[in-house]
Design a protein around this ligand. Structure first.
Ligand SMILES: [Zn+2]
Length: 57
């Protein structure tokens, strides 16, 4: 699988999985990526996903 943040390949057996309460699964190769994505998740949600679902904001 690939890191959900930096998109680098993660060797099997390494990395960390994170499941959001909406069911989305993230993989991180390092803590830095995890922190960055989780820290920025609100912004990422607004920029990416909600644009798909709530186009008429
Ligand atoms: Zn990464």
């Amino acid at each position: 699988m690939k890191c959900s943040f930096c998109k680098k390949d993660i060797k099997s057996g390494t990395g960390k999985m994170f499941v959001r309460n909406d069911g989305r699964i993230y993989w991180f190769d390092k803590k830095k990526c995890e922190k960055n994505l989780l820290k920025l998740k609100r912004r990422a949600v607004k920029l990416k996903w909600t644009r798909e679902k709530k186009e008429n904001k």
